[in-house]
Design a protein around this ligand. Structure first.
Ligand code: HEC
Ligand code: HEC
Length: 445
């Protein structure tokens, strides 16, 4: 009896100490040390994301310096379906936007295996209820053979897409002969506008969005373009290029600065729970996640094969076993060494919407953690020789896997993404989608 009593006091005092968790608490010290060890500048501050208004610190393209006016315009254009006038059928006109596939409340991902803009209708609660329209042939829908990437912390993406094909510098230096080859859109790299700036000019075309003076004036956007681009001659001011610059400026401000891990890095010792801290310790230590996820957005501009399935195997439309996207970086460079290697994606707000991996083969973060823990490739088309040597069984216990999942799900979740979403649009249109069923489901009518 007495023994149990003493034991309880010890347990209680340990719990009490953990609850407060000052920096000198063992877990905080250990985590601080682990992050210092692997940080690219020798300090945990390397992982602190800049505030979204701190334009001096946000990575940007010299061709498109950040301004508040560009960000304000981009914050509207990203959600605007008034420009969706290049739909393949009249039923699709003015019903979709960038945010149809990049839904803010779903971590700027589609919350379904595939994003579909033109050629689909419906939203459900958070994107999962979107379906192909019957009158569209499968080839006519706007959908790609890989799961959409997140827009969060995308300022750190110097070479965008799963294959890193956009952006003139960084890992694309030396790949010039490939620009415009597999994907004609990548010819834009020759203009060296910035990865996002170049890609989004092409993206506006691919996603059937047209920007011209007539539409800009009609839907009440002229003053926004004039304020954002006063130095651009009027004849060039209302175009896909300026729209892309504004959208790209906005996207660069989407930083997850309020996530518990960010607050912890900034000195709030108890911003993360002990479970999340233990998960972080595994992430930056024993589980080896940091080997690839090691830039400030916890992704990196490096390419690795994990041997995951492709989208055609998981219900993706308009894609197949011969989709060039299945080859990852290799599909862009043509280099045998690059085959089946994919860019390391950022990891914030992933719990807001699945599925996971480029082929949407995992429905939950737990399944992702289990995949890394098992270390067994699931895609037989990827030769063993291509699989990353860092992908191998980790032998984590069940509770360690739970800790890692808690770090991903909660530690890396900014709970206030809504601050980046407009209240309404100048057109008055519904967003993320503007078709009738979506309007009902979103609550626009
Ligand atoms: C039909 C769905 C869909 C629509 C609509 C859409 N996207 Fe995407 N987006 C994707 C997919 C899929 C990818 C990843 C493709 C790949 O890497 O192969 C992607 C990737 C991106 C990336 C690269 C992110 C990174 O980390 O590399 C950016 C930036 C982007 N989209 C911006 C936009 C903008 C801006 C718009 C509107 C003009 C838009 N998207 C509309 C599906 C969509
Ligand atoms: C060898 C490099 C490497 C290591 C080590 C690694 N990852 Fe990744 N991770 C990647 C790549 C590459 C992808 C994208 C793979 C794909 O979809 O083809 C990815 C994808 C993910 C995703 C899914 C993101 C999304 O948008 O769908 C999560 C979550 C993730 N990793 C977490 C982890 C965790 C947790 C660990 C440690 C247990 C880890 N990773 C270790 C390279 C790595």
């Amino acid at each position: 009896m007495r023994k149990i009593y003493v034991f309880s006091i010890i347990v209680a005092s340990v719990l009490f100490a953990c609850k407060h968790d000052p920096l000198w608490a063992p877990l905080n010290i250990e985590l601080h040390q682990a992050i210092t060890n692997i940080s690219q500048n020798g300090s945990p501050s390397y992982f602190i994301l800049p505030e979204s208004t701190d334009f001096g610190r946000i990575p940007q393209s010299p061709a498109n310096p950040l301004t508040a006016e560009k960000v304000a315009l981009g914050k509207l254009l990203f959600y605007e379906s008034a420009f969706a006038v290049e739909a393949k059928h009249t039923s699709g006109m003015a019903t979709f936007s960038c945010s149809s596939c990049h839904i803010p409340a779903a971590g700027f991902r589609p919350n379904r295996v595939q994003g579909i803009a033109d050629g689909a209708y419906g939203f459900g609660t958070n994107g999962e209820g979107r379906n192909k329209r019957l009158e569209y042939a499968e080839q006519d829908i706007d959908a790609q053979g890989a799961r959409p990437l997140s827009m969060l912390n995308v300022a750190y993406v110097t070479n965008s897409m799963w294959n890193g094909s956009f952006g003139a510098g960084g890992v694309n230096a030396g790949t010039e002969s490939r620009w415009g080859v597999a994907d004609p859109g990548t010819a834009i790299n020759h203009e060296d506008l910035g990865s996002l700036e170049g890609q989004n000019i092409e993206g506006l075309k691919v996603h059937r969005l047209l920007i011209n003076r007539e539409l800009v004036e009609f839907y009440g956007y002229k003053a926004y373009f004039d304020a954002a681009f006063p130095d651009v001659p009027e004849a060039e001011r209302y175009t896909r290029k300026t729209a892309s610059f504004a959208i790209s400026a906005y996207l660069r401000t989407l930083l997850c600065t309020e996530a518990p891990f960010q607050r912890w890095l900034k000195g709030e010792d108890d911003a993360m729970t002990d479970e999340e801290k233990r998960g972080a310790l595994l992430f930056f230590g024993k589980a080896g996640c940091y080997r690839c996820h090691n830039e400030p957005n916890l992704g990196s501009i490096t390419f690795h094969a994990l041997g995951v399935q492709d989208l055609f195997e998981n219900g993706g439309l308009k894609t197949s076993a011969s989709d060039l996207r299945n080859l990852g970086r290799g599909g862009f460079t043509g280099n045998p060494d690059d085959m089946f290697r994919f860019r390391v994606p950022q990891l914030y707000n992933l719990g807001d919407g699945g599925p996971y991996f480029h082929g949407s083969s995992k429905n939950t973060l737990r399944e992702v953690v289990e995949y890394f823990n098992d270390g067994i490739p699931e895609n037989p088309r990827v030769p063993k020789s291509q699989i990353s040597p860092f992908f191998h069984p980790l032998n984590l216990s069940i509770s360690e896997q739970s800790d890692l999942e808690a770090f991903l799900r909660n530690g890396l979740r900014d709970p206030n993404i809504q601050r980046y979403v407009p209240d309404h649009l100048p057109s008055g249109f519904c967003f993320p989608n503007n078709d009738q069923q979506s309007r009902r489901e979103i609550g626009c009518e």
